[in-house]
Design a binder for this molecule. Structure first.
Ligand code: FAD
Length: 473
């Protein structure tokens, strides 16, 4: 346990409903998703063992993580506010600039009302600090976390995992949280090209600055956890003079990590309901997007909320299918939005002119640059004509943020229970056909949800470079 263990769990959060039937979970992968899921399941009274192949230090990243309000609200609810705020920085605004020239295109202050409605904050912190908080809280809650424990095989049926040393562990449910390249996710991805633009994102972490550079695909394929080995100056070609001093003193970069267009896995739950995938194993996100980590943690939160209602073994499959249904719709919609944001950021040529003109015009008017309506002054005539279109798109994106940030995944899980789970239970109690309603409880609720939007990759893009710059190095 790290030094902050005691204090990180000083406030235990809202007292959660305890499952009447406590079952055994084995979580394969002790990354952010695995730890968050373990903590959430312990909070509702299940037994959890987490198997992580890396050492404690090896599982912690040195880069930055953005924690949007839909994620921080879960952490706050779990009583982790104080522990997070010890190292996290609370953001109040976004600044935008041109990659090549460094020109300031204006800023967008977070809408206070939006944050209030979302019941969260927009935090930034290092992956390592977030890892410590979740690990300490999970262990303090009674989760068993084994580092240096590689899983060699997962049986999709029957709830068994085989460790590298040959030991076989059994559980009622195996949770595959072993990431994009893990055993649990058996799928090939497609590489996709996203235009030719660059972009840079920078934000402070305690005592350091995280820099992420987006650049055209150069065919290399790095992973999180790799040793930093790439010179940032070699990636950030064409970058403006203003950024060069920071680039020059940045330490070596991790990556380049490609952005991939993954085939969606149809099933996150095995036939017999003994294996469920969460986090990157279920739905890889482009690296370093705002919502990748958030979706991984939401998965664990929803799983635990559903399993807090467990009172008999036959419910396990129904809850896992409900989990899949709730999460697939949410994750697909959010991921499509994240990819569109990457297009927006890295847009080149005429699209970039339009985007920048719209921002300049708003900044000149003293407004938030992602505000809804187009301003009529500022840049070249052609660009200004396009600004209305760009501003409308930006405004739509902002509205999307409102929805994404406002979403409360635990409430959604509770809603499922009230609308479908309980209904199934009552039908089961009341009629002989009730066994069908248990099966249908997950799929029945699907009728109320619109199909998730899919992104069109036809014109698409490239690669992302994830790097870190330490101001002290
Ligand atoms: C070392 C590391 C550093 C990272 N740093 C950053 C960062 O700085 N910024 C950022 O935005 N995102 C970072 N990420 C990615 C980020 O954690 C994920 O995008 C997101 O949080 C979802 O995580 P996940 O837990 O689903 O998957 P992952 O983070 O990929 O975690 C999966 C875990 O499963 C373990 N695992 C894989 N196979 C096995 C096996 N066979 N047996 C046992 N364990 C196994 C891996 O070691 C890993 O710890 C990092 C990931 C890792 C693994």
């Amino acid at each position: 346990m790290s030094a902050s263990a005691e204090s990180s769990v000083s406030s235990s959060g809202n007292a959660p409903l305890q499952a009447q039937l406590s079952i055994d979970f084995v979580v394969v992968g002790g990354g952010i998703a695995g730890l968050a899921c373990a903590l959430a399941l312990r909070r509702v009274g299940h037994n959890v063992q987490v198997l992580e192949r890396a050492s404690y230090d090896g599982a912690r990243g040195s880069g930055g993580v953005r924690v949007p309000p839909n994620l921080s609200k879960i952490f706050f609810h779990w009583g982790l506010r104080d522990a997070l705020l010890r190292t996290a920085i609370v953001t109040t605004k976004l600044d935008f600039g041109r990659y090549e020239s460094g020109e300031n295109l204006g800023q967008h202050a977070w809408d206070e009302q939006l944050l209030k409605e979302s019941r969260g904050s927009y935090l930034i912190l290092s992956h390592a600090d977030l890892y410590d908080v979740l690990f300490d809280a999970a262990v303090a809650r009674g989760a068993r976390v084994r580092h240096g424990c590689a899983v060699a095989g997962i049986s999709a049926e029957g709830g068994a995992v085989t460790l590298a040393g040959g030991e076989v562990l059994r559980a009622d449910v195996v949770v595959g949280a072993d990431g994009e390249h893990g055993l649990a996710r058996k799928e090939e991805y497609l590489f996709t090209a996203f235009g030719s633009g660059h972009a840079i994102i920078a934000y402070p972490m305690t005592g350091k600055i995280a820099i992420q550079v987006y650049a055209p695909d150069d065919g290399r394929a790095g992973h999180f956890g790799d040793e930093p080995c790439v010179d940032l100056s070699g990636i950030a070609d064409g970058i403006g003079e203003i950024f060069k001093p920071a680039i020059a003193c940045a330490r070596k970069a991790i990556g380049p990590i490609p952005i991939k267009d993954h085939t969606d896995l149809e099933d996150w739950v095995s036939e017999d309901g003994a294996l469920v995938l969460i986090g990157e194993a279920a739905h890889p996100f482009p690296p370093s997007t705002i919502q990748g980590t958030a979706m991984a943690v939401e998965d664990g939160a929803v799983l635990a909320k559903l399993f807090s209602h467990l009172s008999c073994p036959r419910q396990i499959r129904s809850f896992l299918h409900a989990f899949q249904e709730l999460r697939q719709a949410r994750v697909r919609a959010v991921r499509a939005g994240e990819l569109q944001a990457t297009f927006f950021m890295t847009a080149d040529g005429p699209d970039a002119l339009i985007r920048d003109a719209a921002m300049r015009a708003k900044a000149a008017a003293g407004r938030n640059v992602l505000d809804a309506d187009a301003a009529k002054h500022g840049a070249e005539e052609e660009a200004v004509r396009g600004a209305a279109e760009a501003a409308a798109a930006a405004a739509a994106k902002w509205e999307e943020y409102r929805i994404v940030f406002g979403y409360d995944c635990e409430d959604e899980a509770d809603d499922w229970w009230v609308q479908w789970g309980l209904l199934g239970e009552r039908a089961r109690e009341g009629t002989s056909e009730a066994s069908d309603s248990e099966e249908g409880a997950g799929s029945g609720s699907g009728a109320r949800r619109a199909p998730a939007p899919r992104i069109d990759f036809a014109s698409a893009m490239t690669s992302v470079q994830v790097v870190e710059h330490s101001s002290s190095s």
